[in-house]
Design a protein around this ligand. Structure first.
Ligand SMILES: *Cc1c(COP(=O)(O)O)cnc(C)c1O
Length: 245
């Protein structure tokens, strides 16, 4: 177990260094980009090791699976970590996300937004959310389709509706582009998400469009060069992922 904490700590340090260098290359402040350590499908023992190694933002994809893991870690008195939902959430799972998570990267439909807002109203909790966009047009991807720039105006009424929801703090955009073996091939997708953020900055007032969540183990350096403020990295820190539990 100690060995694995040591290994994870070493991986974390290496990734952080690569993040800092990527920021340096393009004149960004390294402090602008936060690392979300993706723990989906990992057992609680590995999550504990990651926390001991210094991981503070943890990313989960599946509400049902994450719920018991989060509870177990919380029951141990762990208060220093923040849970980020990064996967597609069915609206019937909204309560789990509203109650257990500190941040939602993957808000991708109005039904979920409304349901979250309703559940959050009961407790008064605010949930920071990012809107997920599909910038590649790939059918298998979740997120609002933003592949065709000429149709971006159609997204504005959706954004306005979400902005009205009092318990959701809209603060940016997220994407999960197709995986390519050559990370540079994904650069145009990251550029497109940033361009969409800039479009919203001019079109939707009263929202601080701070965050861009983009980049995984495969391509986080390119994402940082293109403006990522969150990167979501699992396998480069915790090793090859076991299949979904
Ligand atoms: C799994 C996942 C990641 C992390 O992928 P790795 O290859 O483990 O770095 C990032 N973002 C999302 C949305 C994911 O589902």
């Amino acid at each position: 177990m100690d060995q694995s904490v040591a290994q994870i700590r070493k991986n974390l340090e290496e990734i952080q260094e690569r993040m800092d260098r990527a920021a340096g290359r393009c004149g960004r402040d390294p402090a602008e980009t936060c690392l979300v350590v993706v723990t989906k499908t990992r057992p609680v023992e590995i999550i504990r090791a990651a926390i001991s190694a210094g991981a503070r933002l943890l990313g989960e994809n599946y509400p049902d699976e994450s719920q018991s893991k989060i509870q177990e870690i919380r029951d141990e008195g762990q208060k220093e970590v923040f849970w980020h939902m990064i996967g597609h959430v069915q609206s019937r799972k909204a309560r789990i996300v509203a109650e257990q998570f500190d941040f939602l990267h993957s808000l991708d439909n109005l039904k979920l937004a409304n349901k979250l807002n309703k559940v959050l109203t009961e407790s008064g909790k605010m949930l920071p959310v990012l809107l997920e966009f599909n910038v590649s047009g790939e059918e298998s991807k979740s997120g609002w389709d933003a592949s065709d720039e000429s149709r971006w105006p159609e997204l504005l009424p959706i954004v306005e509706q979400i902005r009205e929801l009092k318990q959701l703090e809209l603060c940016g955009l997220m994407t999960m582009p197709p995986l390519f073996s050559d990370p540079k091939v994904v650069r145009p997708y990251f550029q497109k998400l940033r361009a969409l953020k800039e479009y919203f900055e001019t079109q939707v007032k009263g929202v601080e469009w701070r965050e861009l969540s983009m980049g995984t183990s495969a391509d986080f350096e390119v994402a940082i060069e293109e403006g990522a403020t969150f990167v979501r990295i699992g396998q480069a820190i915790l090793g090859a992922r076991p299949p979904k539990l």
